[in-house]
Design a protein around this ligand. Structure first.
Ligand SMILES: *Cc1c(COP(=O)(O)O)cnc(C)c1O
Length: 229
């Protein structure tokens, strides 16, 4: 993991690169709360966590009044209840059963939960997400649920080496995003296109992403606990 000074420099550099074009989300899996809080002091105002258990462990130590929290990882239906009152938006809504459970829990808490629909843009079998062919139908379903608010789309394209490698996928996503926005679906405000990670965020922004999710570009290479390897 990087030193605080490196983290501060990375955040300043990346903010300069993306400018006003996209919002910077710090992907904070494996990052301890004190480092997250340092990043918040450097101007980060949005973090993303991937795992329910890790989020719950870290939650009370995170400087919550300085940041929004998005859930960005694979989400088991039976764990929605643990995060429903802790996150500001769930980016990884990838199936009807998950949407229904978020609807149920949000209703129970008397809130409306903002969400993004996750698309499996690379058509990878190992990845979750709705296929591009089914996304319109899925968005119709999402907007029929009164305690969800569809705010946009996210995708995790195939792992890449060079920033340019995923341009084709980002273009496809951008096209779908524009198509759906143009339909003016009731009960939705398509404003977030969440695309781009440490290796490809400049290309993603170039293709219209307005929210990039960066982990290692900010914090350095992740060190996973031994049990997770
Ligand atoms: C870990 C993660 C990221 C950030 O990955 P980096 O390559 O470290 O930038 C972004 N999005 C999701 C969904 C992630 O799980």
């Amino acid at each position: 993991m990087n030193t605080n000074q490196q983290i501060a420099e990375n955040i300043a550099r990346i903010q300069g690169e993306i400018g006003g074009r996209a919002r910077l989300l710090a992907a904070t899996k494996t990052i301890p709360p004190e480092t997250i809080n340092f990043a918040l002091d450097c101007g980060i105002s949005l973090i993303g966590e991937n795992r329910v258990n890790e989020l719950l462990e870290k939650y009370e130590y995170i400087n919550r009044n300085k940041t929004e929290i998005h859930f960005i990882g694979a989400l088991q239906t039976n764990k929605v209840k643990y995060i429903i009152d802790k996150v500001d938006l769930i980016q990884s809504v990838d199936r009807e059963s998950l949407a229904l459970e978020i609807e149920r829990q949000a209703a129970k808490h008397g809130i409306v939960m903002p969400i993004l629909a996750e698309i499996n843009i690379g058509g990878e079998e190992s990845k979750s997400g709705i296929t591009p062919e089914k996304i319109y139908e899925f968005c119709d379903f999402l907007t029929s649920l009164p305690h969800l608010r569809l705010k946009g789309l996210m995708a995790v394209p195939p792992k890449c080496e060079k920033s340019e490698d995923n341009r084709e996928y980002f273009r496809k996503m951008s096209k779908i995003f524009i198509d759906i926005s143009g339909k003016n679906v009731d009960n939705s405000i398509m404003e977030v296109l969440s695309l781009g990670m440490s290796n490809d965020y400049l290309t993603a922004v170039d293709c219209g992403s307005n929210l990039v999710r960066l982990g290692s570009a900010i914090f350095g290479a992740r060190v996973y606990p031994a049990a997770d390897r």
